[in-house]
Write a protein that binds this ligand. Structure first.
Ligand code: 6PG
Length: 250
């Protein structure tokens, strides 16, 4: 189903089917990017949904289909926690994917969450992205995003500054996030919307009403930050399970 106003919607039956489809999509994009440009840059999402995606990429048959040393790995958001904290998005990716595939450590760009301040880390991470990716704003081949039941994505939350008035920064520090922990680092809309491809992964009935509001309701980005994701020249895909899509099909 192609809703060109808000991206392409792909509905699959179960969370397992969603992880399968997402993993195949990542493999497809990676192979095309590496063939055309010699590398594949991906920003991973946090939360729980990406876990099954990572696990599928980390094991045969799919793990044999990606030229791992050609990947550049970033995070679309990160909690302001040490990288070994059990709530760290980096730790989630390390345990479920990065420890199992041969990506050079030099190609893994964790958000610097140790020492300094979230504001300084955001500026440093923006410089890291700019120095390793083409174009201005830096263009990632793929940004993976989730969506919360409140319509947040990455660490762009309802009622906060970036959704209300998007700035020119590539990466922002977020305080008082309603989803703990309160301090986070997040890609901005400017960076997200510069991507070649953005893939939303949304599963679960608890997101059905919000997904309907985001995809079918009036635009209200400050209240539904996920609505602000619309790549300027890239491709937007919403990959959702039947439970999350249940309000769309009434
Ligand atoms: C984070 C995530 C966040 C997440 C959504 C969906 O750091 O918390 O990046 O934006 O993607 O909250 O989370 P689930 O996948 O757990 O539903």
């Amino acid at each position: 189903m192609a809703d060109h106003t808000r991206g392409e919607l792909v509905v699959v039956a179960t969370p397992a089917d969603l992880a399968d489809a997402a993993a195949r999509y990542v493999v497809e994009l990676a192979r095309a990017a590496i063939e055309q440009r010699g590398s594949f840059s991906i920003a991973l999402s946090g939360g729980s949904t990406p876990r099954a995606l990572h696990q599928r990429l980390a094991r045969p048959p799919l793990s044999a289909q990606i030229d791992w040393p050609k990947l550049l790995v970033f995070w679309s958001d990160e909690r302001w926690l040490p990288p070994d904290d059990h709530e760290s998005n980096f730790r989630l990716a390390r345990e479920t994917l990065l420890d199992h595939v041969p990506i050079p450590a030099a190609n893994i760009f964790a958000v610097p969450t140790v020492g300094g301040t979230p504001q300084a880390a955001a500026a440093t991470y923006a410089a890291t992205l700019a120095s390793h990716l083409p174009d201005q704003p830096p263009q990632l081949d793929l940004i993976v995003l989730g969506m919360g039941p409140d319509g947040h994505t990455a660490s762009l939350f309802p009622g906060q500054a970036e959704p209300a008035a998007p700035g020119t920064a590539l990466v922002i520090a977020v305080a008082n996030a309603p989803k703990p922990p309160p301090d986070r680092i997040s890609f901005s809309y400017r960076l997200i919307n510069a991507a070649r491809n953005v893939l939303f992964l949304v599963a679960g009935a608890d997101k059905a009403a919000t997904l309907h509001a985001v995809l079918r309701g009036p635009l209200d980005q400050p209240r539904l930050p996920a609505q602000g994701v619309f790549p300027t020249h890239g491709r937007l895909t919403w990959l959702v399970d039947a439970a999350a899509a249940s309000a769309l099909q009434r």
